[in-house]
Design a protein around this ligand. Structure first.
Ligand code: NDP
Length: 475
């Protein structure tokens, strides 16, 4: 059994107690991580604060170089990190549509490299005989990062890479459900970065809360649920931390009657069920026109019945287990309620009786509508409601009738019509004939209660800086 360690000021640090890291495919522990506490957060913040003056004045070209070295380190340790990621998240190595832990490590490398190449130039507002006015970007200070269990390393890289490039130092807290890949990555990163620049404190929600309220953390970036996001925002108000929040979503997809059902179904299936639906921007509610409702439902169910659900370490596995028991219980409860509400199960709907692990088959529920919790709430699991619609304006209104606004999509053979409709969705990212198709040079932001601020590209990098306006009077 591997014992992972926190990293504080360049040193491996243990705590008095440890948490077991569970493999969700077996339900058994395979590693331990320190159960850190607020005292470890204090120590990590001190280390990050001490490292800040030198790191923030290191030329940006050198910081870019360090990010590229981190990308090369990820490449060199690909197999170890990939296996670790599958063991703690349950996600398959390959996965349906190529979405699995290989993609998570590959994505981490891609985002690290793309961030390293991102520019944030000084903007010139005025430059004439009277004055020169510039807008400069300065590092903020110590950045706290709190990450969830669904894409632990990749979301971590989304937090750390722009923070570090901008000249900040970081205190990172991975989810207690999935600390291993992150702790290992940060341990390896400390062979490349100066001591104290990137610190890790593992533990539960109390560690996250200590970061959120810490008076010497200047900015907080948080990815997780909307309720925890609200708590974090309140705690961060003590010293008016800068905030980036990437929260939950209940993304709707609207399928127009002109799609080729056979061609579209596998794309929709991947958009809904990749990582077992445990992705903030997974497609979580499908509105399907009545003309193709039965045909598309049958096609999706046929795919669901054909995919291989199992241990993610088996390369043939399409979908692994849920990441944790709590999430499995949420899915079971939503299925029970959908059944009671008269939902028609096209496939799945029953967890396996035995075998260990947090498994649940891909499940599709028809004849269900708004008002059912399965439609109204983020399920974050492999159970998809498909809702029949007749009038597109009604479907648009129902898609927008949510307190969340992370992503949304329109599926159609008519790209002009679809691109006009997609702009009416109240969501920070929208797609035509795709979903969750993110990229490192385009911003990802949530509308409504799905978030605050954004990540990726120069927009996300700017969030890791303080803006400074400089006026040099010449005459
Ligand atoms: P949380 O929002 O509770 O957890 C996210 C992170 O916040 C974890 O590191 C967690 O630590 C930490 N945390 C917990 N409590 C606090 C606190 N009071 N202050 C600061 N940090 C805290 O999400 P869950 O993991 O419990 O998932 C619950 C739901 O959230 C899911 O069902 C899903 O709907 C949604 N979710 C959305 C994600 C997204 O990407 N948008 C990602 C994950 C979940 P720890 O895990 O150690 O408790």
């Amino acid at each position: 059994m591997t014992d992972f360690a926190m990293m504080i000021g360049g040193e491996r640090v243990a705590a008095g107690e440890t948490d077991m890291v569970i493999n969700p495919a077996t339900g058994r522990g395979f590693a331990t991580a320190p159960k850190g506490g607020p005292e470890h957060v204090d120590a990590a913040v001190k280390a990050a604060r001490a490292a800040f003056p030198a790191w923030s004045t290191t030329p940006i070209a050198k910081r870019r170089e360090k990010l590229r070295e981190l990308a090369a380190m990820l490449e060199a340790n690909f197999s170890e990190l990939m296996a670790l990621c599958t063991k703690e998240t349950g996600k398959p190595v390959k996965g349906y549509g190529g979405v699995g832990s290989a993609m998570e490590i590959g994505g981490s490398i891609a985002w690290m490299q793309a961030t390293a190449a991102t520019e944030l130039p000084v903007e010139i507002v005025q430059d004439d005989a009277e004055a020169r006015v510039e807008v400069r970007r300065l590092p903020i200070g110590v950045v706290g990062s709190i990450t969830p269990w669904n894409w632990p390393l990749m979301i971590g890289v989304w937090h750390y890479a722009p923070a570090l490039l901008a000249g900040n130092t970081v205190v990172a807290k991975p989810s207690e459900f999935t600390p291993a890949t992150t702790l290992r990555f940060i341990e390896l990163a400390n062979e490349i970065l100066p001591a104290g620049v990137l610190n890790a404190v593992s533990g539960g929600g109390d560690v996250g809360a200590a970061i959120a309220r810490h008076a010497d953390i200047d900015k907080l970036v948080f990815t997780g649920s909307s309720p925890t996001g609200r708590a974090v925002m309140a705690a961060a108000s003590g010293n008016l931390k800068r905030l980036t929040l990437e929260l939950g979503g209940n993304d709707a997809g609207i399928v127009l009657p002109d799609v080729d059902v056979k061609e579209t179904a596998p794309k929709l299936f991947g958009a809904c069920f990749h990582n077992n639906g445990q992705t903030c921007q997974a497609l979580k509610r499908l509105y399907v026109h009545e003309d193709i409702y039965e045909a598309l439902g049958a096609e999706l169910a046929a795919i669901a019945k054909s995919v291989k659900v199992g241990d993610g370490l088996d390369e043939a596995t399409d979908l692994g287990p849920l990441q944790n028991q709590k999430q499995l219980d949420i899915v079971k409860r939503l299925a029970d309620e959908a059944r009671q509400a008269g939902g028609r199960f096209l496939c799945g709907g029953e967890a396996p009786e035995e075998g260990g692990g947090f498994f649940y088959p891909p499940t599709i529920v028809a004849d269900i509508s708004d008002g059912a919790r399965l439609v109204d709430e983020e399920q974050f699991g492999p159970i998809l409601p498909i809702v029949k619609y007749t009038d597109i304006n009604d479907a648009m209104a129902r898609a927008n009738a949510s307190s969340q606004g992370l992503g949304g999509s329109i599926w159609s053979a008519d790209l002009d019509r679809a691109s006009a409709l997609v702009g009416r969705l109240e969501a920070g990212s929208v797609w035509v004939n795709a979903h969750a198709a993110i990229q490192p040079d385009a911003p990802m932001a949530g509308m409504k209660q799905s978030g605050l601020g954004c990540e990726f590209g120069h927009w996300g990098l700017a969030e890791n800086t303080n803006m400074q306006t400089v006026k040099i009077v010449k005459a």
